[in-house]
Design a protein around this ligand. Structure first.
Ligand code: HEM
Length: 403
């Protein structure tokens, strides 16, 4: 296996990462990786084992600064030779910063995402879920679970939490969905970026002028962040929160319907719910493209020399199927020990919204299966379109019925 691996690799089964990862984990866990868009012409590396994945994600010698990271998958728009020259993160765009710049923003946000603060939102999630399910029931008995429930639930929740008025939600959701694609036209992306920038400018200007009792209002009131920073922080939060939980909701529902014995177990043992969600997160790992970093200096890993400047991609789906940590990793077992999975990443960039995501999934699955005990697919499984073409994996549609 000396030829560099090429991403993306096609899946065989909708719930499993590509088969090739098994062989890579066994034979070449730190493998050369083709970089079709390379900042310096060099290939990079792909990490497929859990332990190596965690090592990379906590090691500060690996940077998340986007201006240093080459691309293992060609960008959505064609570009000429040598044209990929990403700029440094704008103020507030903390996801692609390293400490200490990253830490400053992360500290300001952390208090809004603690377990305690998020637990207070449970009635809000219940209210939104109940309303969406009422609407779905009224329009049924066939519905696309994605558009009726899985997509709008996290969008409405995030907007309430951050403080985005109803009239701004639809354009934000529509255009953030374009940014999440792995291919788009120049017209589509131009319209999306212009609309997102202008809606977020309006949202932030209003929050600064008249800070409300929400996250944006509270950040504005500190007086420590200018409008540009607030816009980029909001963009990062919505980008992280709109697409991910929704994909877990829809894909997780499908996985449960395809594993009726596991669904029956979940119904019979509700105390299993928290663990079941961790297992679904591990098993499905919707961040299917993994986490990319750039080596700031030469680092040895798994017997390979990662040279300074090279990009290293951590495959989170592969790490979460590592049999060294998870026996029989390819089976969905809601009662297994899931401790140590990396569905939310690891290290300083570990998902800021993870408690919010857990709450959304806990309330979201429970409300759905309580409301529709006979829920089942309305089309053959082979007809369900999967999201291999998007930055986050899931399903484009999930037609369900319950009569
Ligand atoms: C099931 C749902 C979710 C999954 C699977 C998920 C997954 C991830 C992963 C894997 C990372 C780390 C990426 C890396 O290290 O390169 C991450 C980071 C992040 N996520 Fe999530 N996420 C979810 C939900 C959310 C939600 C609801 C929010 C809302 C605030 C959110 C906001 C963020 C942010 C802001 C970061 C960047 C953190 C940083 O760089 O410090 N995520 N997420």
């Amino acid at each position: 296996m000396s030829e560099p691996v090429q991403l993306p690799i096609k899946r065989g089964c909708p719930f499993d990462p590509p088969e090739q990862y098994k062989q890579l984990r066994q034979e070449c866990p730190v493998s050369p990786l083709a970089m079709p868009v390379s900042l310096d012409g060099r290939d990079g590396w792909l990490v497929t084992r859990l332990e190596d994945a965690k090592t990379v994600l906590v090691d500060q010698r690996f940077s998340h600064r986007k201006e240093l990271i080459s691309l293992p998958i060609p960008p959505p728009l064609p570009m000429g030779e040598g044209e990929y020259k990403p700029g440094a993160a704008e103020p507030g765009a903390f996801i692609t910063m390293d400490p200490p710049d990253h830490s400053r923003y992360r500290r300001m946000l952390a208090g809004h995402f603690t377990v305690r603060r998020i637990r207070e939102l449970e009635p809000v999630v219940e209210r939104i879920a109940a309303r969406l399910l009422d609407e779905m029931a009224a329009a049924g008995p066939v519905a696309d679970l994605v558009t009726a429930y899985a997509e709008p639930l996290p969008v409405e929740l995030m907007c309430e939490l951050v403080g985005i008025k109803p009239e701004h939600r639809e354009p934000l959701a529509k255009h953030l969905a374009v940014v999440s694609k792995m291919s788009y036209t120049v017209e589509e992306i131009t319209e999306a970026v212009i609309t997102l920038s202008s809606v977020l400018q309006t949202v932030v200007s209003e929050a600064v002028a008249n800070p409300g009792d929400d996250m944006l209002g509270s950040l504005a009131r500190t007086g420590e962040l200018d409008e540009k920073e607030l816009i980029n922080i909001t963009w990062a939060l919505l980008g992280g929160g709109f697409d991910t939980s929704g994909n877990m909701l829809a894909l997780g529902t499908w996985a449960l319907l395809e594993h009726p014995e596991q669904l029956a177990r979940l119904r019979a043992e509700p105390e299993l719910t928290d663990n079941a969600i961790e297992e679904l997160l591990r098993y499905l790992t919707v961040s299917h493209l993994g986490a990319s970093r750039a080596a700031l200096e030469d680092v040895e890993l798994g017997g390979k020399l990662i040279e300074a400047g090279q990009t290293i991609v951590v495959s989170l789906p592969s790490a979460n199927r590592d049999p060294e940590k998870f026996p029989e990793p390819d089976s969905l077992d809601l009662g297994r020990s899931t401790q140590g999975h990396v569905a939310f990443g690891h290290g300083v960039h570990q998902c800021l919204g993870q408690h919010l995501a857990r709450l959304t999934l806990r309330v979201g699955y429970r409300a759905l299966f309580d409301r529709f005990p006979t829920l089942r697919l309305a089309v053959p499984a082979e007809e369900i379109p999967t999201r291999e073409d998007m930055l986050h994996y899931g399903v484009h549609q999930l037609p369900v019925t319950w009569d």
